[in-house]
Design a protein around this ligand. Structure first.
Ligand code: IPM
Ligand code: MN
Length: 350
């Protein structure tokens, strides 16, 4: 019996989570998987009412689950940073979810703004380091509020943190068994300490332990160009937290937008969390217009991580058969409601 924590969150979060759970229940029934869902109402709504974000006790309770399924967190009236740091980043760091995994796949009949690219051309995975870099909150102000104010935000890379991320990426490239190629995305020409460490660790590990995986390197700025011009050259990309944040949004656009982009915050030895990356989409909240496929894809990733490979594949295959039936991946332009998309996926599973 899997114990799954569900955090619907704010905005369209609850609507897409509902469809994700609908699909999970259907696929679980089909494959005889037993799961129990427990809802947690963390998010901007609760913060506005009570001032609470995520307490240490609540974080501890989450440690007892097998996985977390998250909708979206955010509130238009809450100052940027409070909910991100207080909930999302607290979960990532607190549960040591050191990998942010973002499959980037163009599904059949899905519009990509990159002219001439077909589904097979856009099919790669980004492995983003998720607990270090610019996200550790290391830094501070001096002489704040004066004309001489100094603000420093330090980017932190540890050998242990880099190694465990690289290992996950190499293993992933091997398991994925496609091009068997791992591209390090960095900035060795300017960030001469941090990406020196990354590059050395990458080559040492690759040479010694993964001779079957081709190693490749791109500076992050160049990569934004290649991802548009020749996305077909990528298989698995590994990068640090900040660069990963940026390139995965670019990747979302070329795979058809936020309606289909799913991600996992993974601790291979602990509690991982899966989410559609699109955010709360306040303009579409409560209208049954948001695309739930990203949440459904995230549910599939969760099954994969739990070791339910067949079930995960069934979800992915069902999505592949549903996208051609939709007019668009964009909210309010799908030619059907949020719930109908979920129903179609469930039907394909039967
Ligand atoms: C993401 C998001 C988060 C990040 C924000 C909401 C803190 O953009 O998951 O990519 O920067 O990591
Ligand atoms: Mn982001």
């Amino acid at each position: 019996m899997y114990k799954i924590a569900v955090i619907p969150g704010d905005g369209t979060g609850p609507e897409v989570v509902r469809e994700g759970l609908k699909v999970l229940n259907a696929v679980n029934e089909k494959f005889g998987i037993k799961a129990e869902f427990t809802e947690f109402l963390f998010g901007g709504e609760r913060y506005m009412k009570t001032g609470e974000v995520l307490s240490d006790e609540e974080l501890s309770r989450l440690r007892k689950f097998d996985a977390i399924f998250l909708g979206a967190i955010g509130h238009p009236e809450v100052k940027p940073g409070i909910l991100e740091k207080g909930i999302l980043l607290k979960l990532r760091f607190g549960l040591d979810q050191y990998i942010n995994l973002r499959p980037v796949r163009l599904y059949p009949n899905v519009y990509t703004p990159v002219k001439g690219k077909e589904p097979g051309d856009i099919d790669f995975v980004v492995v983003r380091e998720n607990t270090e870099g610019l996200y550790t909150g290391t830094g501070g102000f001096t002489q704040k509020g004066t004309p001489h104010e100094v603000a420093v935000q330090s980017s932190v890379s540890t050998r242990m943190g880099v190694d465990r991320c690289l290992r996950f990426a190499f293993e992933y490239a091997r398991k994925r068994n496609k091009k068997k190629k791992l591209t390090l995305c960095g900035k060795t020409n300017v960030l001469t300490y941090q990406f020196d460490l990354w590059e050395r660790a990458f080559n040492e590990m690759g040479e010694k332990e993964y001779p079957d995986i081709e190693r490749d390197y791109a500076h992050v700025d160049a990569m934004t160009l290649y991802m548009i011009e020749c996305p077909e050259k990528y298989d698995v990309i590994v990068t640090d937290n900040m660069f990963g944040d940026i390139i995965t949004d670019l990747a979302a656009v070329i795979q058809g937008g936020l309606g289909v982009a799913a991600g996992g915050n993974i601790n291979p030895d602990g509690v991982s969390m899966f989410e559609p990356i699109g955010g709360t989409a306040p303009a579409f909240t409560g209208k049954n217009e948001i695309n739930p496929l990203a949440a459904i894809g995230a549910a599939g990733m969760m099954l994969e991580m739990l070791g339910e490979r067949e079930a995960a594949e069934a979800v992915e295959n069902a999505i592949l058969r549903v996208t051609p039936k939709m007019k668009s991946m964009r909210a309010a332009e799908m030619g059907m409601g949020t719930d109908e998309v979920g129903d179609l996926v469930v039907n394909e599973l039967k």
